[in-house]
Design a protein. Sequence first.
Length: 202
Amino acid sequence: MAHALKALPELLSAALLLALWVEPQRFGIEWFRAGVLTLLLEFFVLNSGGFMAFLMYDPHTSARTRSLQVAALGAGYLVFISAFAFAFDAWWMLGAFAWLLFSKLQAIWTGAPPTERDQFHAGASWGLSVAVFLGAVLLSVMVYPLPPLGAGPEFRDAAGFNAKGGVWEAEPHRALAGGVLYFTLMGLSRPFLAWAYAVRTA
């Protein structure tokens, strides 16, 4: 049961993006805009999450050192994301970054003193995330036709995206579709990864 719960955060993210794809007005246009930008934010989460996971599960450093390293790294990324949020007047990025990062770290959390096997688990989880992320991004751009469902041109224009910009700007439903695919696959994989490494340590 505990392993199954590790799937929930990313499946919730997938469900939210699907709702925005089907019915963009459900939560308001700001939520739609944020949903379209979620995969871009996830890029930074993957970058920071990989470092944090490695530091959290380094069995050769003390708990105090690990805590300080993770805190320092987290503060650095927080400043970086805050600069983006300030530049685009999009403070939702801070909450979204925290949620997405939590989704990654809770999936590999054990609560026990770290071992080298935990570090391998963290590395495998990060590597799978990167592979699935790249696959989802490519598919979101390459698959034709991809139905806009409720996210038609009128919502693109209302959100301020450029019809002559990049693929995700011109067709924002593609970014949402990529996010649905990515978070669904990652959410479904979490229990299996947790179970596999738990079996190895049993």
